[in-house]
Ligand binder design. Structure first.
Ligand code: DON
Length: 580
């Protein structure tokens, strides 16, 4: 058993799961803030209203999966940057009875897609097509994934979990500063598509400002149809018809058959051990699970625990492990349904030991020594939330539209943004550049394939009990962010709030640079440069937002922490069961 990860909350009445617990908790009785400790479970999430909807589900007796379904639908309304119906993601589930599941609801390439998807007549990459509109849309997986999670593990009626989101869409939300800033930044691109403009901009083309009420009627109608009809309403019903019509109008490959054929895939969780803890990870088409597992295994013999934390030496070795894991990622990882992905070999000591032997503890190596170069990370948006319930069931969910507000396209009548996830495919066979793109086979676009993802939801258990739930957005930097937090908590036994606050770094193999958050102190930067790293500030002010939960298995007390790099929120049911 590891150390107590979480301090007990202030004395409180025991909250026995009685019939009263099923009474709906009003928002006023929920507990919350940037951090919250609770004996009755909690939600850590990027947006307050969605976090509270999840906590209210827990308060009325729903389990972590029920809460996850409600949060995911709510974020589609309150956090349209990345919360979605038109995207996809990964949900990792660990139940207190020991069962686990990795629900892959990643978008899938329409069957008419081939590797020339983003090439123009001259064979050059058309960046415009990758970023905006119709051609980059993969068949959305979110609705099917949430329905599947609920079908397998949910306890409350599905419609009741969609209803709070539907109500928010119908009655409107007060636009918060983060959304206002996002809309202002992307107003011009949203204005390219009439239904996107109608939903997110005023009639004169100006974006909604903080404090204004945003009503999303078409979205409310879509949510109502999903509440009543489940996945069929989205993939075979009126919503599918609207999406397919918009795609046909634009000559894009996605059609009704692609939508009808979509299925989420429930995979075996990828499990590795480190320092007596069990790390539960997402297998491919996530690259994050394999990369995290590789990094932790590469670092294990260096016994960084003796460093006591992320010293410059620890950061140097972390960057070296990262460089090698990202090189493998480029060479080997892709959709396991489309080609054989050698996960077991990549995690075997016969592969890792020679790779580890190339790490010089005194000196940075050069990425050129490890295969062909790879593309740079991109900006937002994706979002991650973590949920644990009173019984110790846990959900780590990361889902995405790929870029912030996806490809900026709303199909008329549907009320939700569509993803531009196909941008995650390698755009040009064989073309890999030192600072640009990658062209290896396992992740070329092909009909039916799921693009390789960096999303890395993670659950850590000790002696079979959940102790940590984490994950983050951030494109390729997701892998660095999540690995750093997991390593901090498991290797250094750092309390979760400090692990989340710690300045982050990323070395993605190529560009061959160690990028760090602005908060990394000058002395550490100088020390890393002295190891021979090219040390650069990250392009964005922060790297990821990792809303996470630590849990003390002995008491069942959880500590939910919203990463305060953004306007996140941690919410928990009221400690005491409200009187009837
Ligand atoms: O699946 C992936 O790896 C990317 N589509 C995630 C994009 C992302 O995280 C952007 N957000 N910050």
């Amino acid at each position: 058993m590891g150390p107590a990860l979480v301090a007990a909350p202030a004395p409180q009445a025991a909250a026995a799961p009685t019939a009263e617990a099923a009474a709906p908790a009003t928002q006023a009785t929920l507990r919350g803030g940037r951090e919250v400790t609770s004996r009755r479970g909690a939600v850590a999430c990027v947006e307050r209203r969605a976090a509270e909807i999840g906590a209210a589900v827990l308060a009325r007796g729903g389990n972590a999966i029920d809460a996850a379904v409600a949060v995911a639908f709510a974020l589609a309304v309150t956090y349209p940057e990345a919360g979605n119906l038109g995207g996809g993601g990964f949900m990792l589930v660990a139940l207190s009875d020991g069962r686990t599941a990795a629900i892959d609801y990643r978008e899938t390439a329409p069957r008419r897609v081939d590797e020339a998807l983003f090439l123009d007549a001259r064979g050059a990459v058309d960046q415009e097509r990758r970023a905006f509109g119709h051609h980059a849309v993969g068949v959305p997986g979110t609705v099917a994934g949430l329905v599947e999670a609920h079908r397998r593990f949910g306890t409350l009626p599905f419609a009741a979990l969609v209803e709070p989101a539907q109500r928010l869409a119908e009655e409107g939300i007060v636009v918060q500063p983060a959304l206002a800033a996002g809309l202002a930044e992307h107003a011009r691109d949203l204005a390219r598509f009439p239904a996107s403009a109608a939903q997110f901009l005023h009639a004169d083309g100006t974006p909604y400002e903080a404090g204004e009420r945003l009503v999303q009627r078409d979205l409310a109608q879509s949510l109502r149809a999903i509440a009543e009809g489940g996945a069929a309403a989205f993939y075979d019903g009126a919503i599918a018809t609207l999406i397919a019509a918009e795609m046909e109008r634009a000559g894009a490959p996605l059609d009704a058959r692609d939508l009808a054929a979509y299925r989420p895939i429930v995979r075996d969780v990828l499990t590795v051990r480190h320092r007596g803890a069990e790390l539960l990870l997402m297998p491919p088409p996530s690259s994050g699970g394999v990369a995290l597992a590789q990094m932790v295994a590469l670092l294990a013999p260096f016994d960084l625990r003796r460093e006591g934390g992320f010293t410059p030496r620890a950061r140097h070795l972390f960057a070296e492990a990262s460089r090698r894991a990202f090189a493998d990622r480029a060479s080997w990882l892709g959709d396991p349904e489309a080609s054989a992905i050698p996960v077991a070999r990549l995690l075997d000591e016969s592969h890792l030991a020679p790779l580890r032997a190339t790490i010089d503890p005194q000196r940075a190596s050069r990425s050129d020594a490890f295969g062909p170069p790879l593309a740079e990370p991109r900006g937002s948006s994706t979002t991650h939330f973590s949920i644990v319930d009173a019984a110790g069931n846990a959900v780590a969910n990361t889902y995405t539209l790929e870029e912030r507000f996806g490809g900026k396209l709303v199909a008329p009548g549907t009320g939700f943004l569509l993803n531009n996830e196909l941008q995650d495919f390698n755009p040009q066979r064989g073309v890999t550049t030192r600072d640009g793109q990658i062209g290896t086979e396992p992740n070329l676009a092909r009909g039916g394939r799921r693009p390789l993802s960096s999303m890395t939801p993670c659950i850590v258990r000790r002696d079979g009990a959940v102790v940590l739930v984490t994950g983050s957005p951030g494109g390729r930097t997701i892998i660095s962010t999540v690995t750093q937090i997991v390593f901090d908590v498991v290797e250094f036994e750092t309390p979760l709030p400090q692990a989340i606050a710690r300045p982050r770094q990323h070395h993605g193999w190529f560009p061959d640079a160690l990028r760090h958050e602005a908060a990394l102190d000058e002395a550490t930067r100088a020390a890393l440069a002295a190891y021979g790293h090219v040390v650069e500030p990250a392009k964005q002010r922060w790297q990821g937002d990792a809303h996470s939960i630590a849990r003390d298995p002995a008491s069942g007390v959880v500590q939910a922490v919203a990463d305060d790099r953004v306007e996140g929120w941690a919410a928990a049911p009221p400690d005491e069961v409200p009187p009837r």
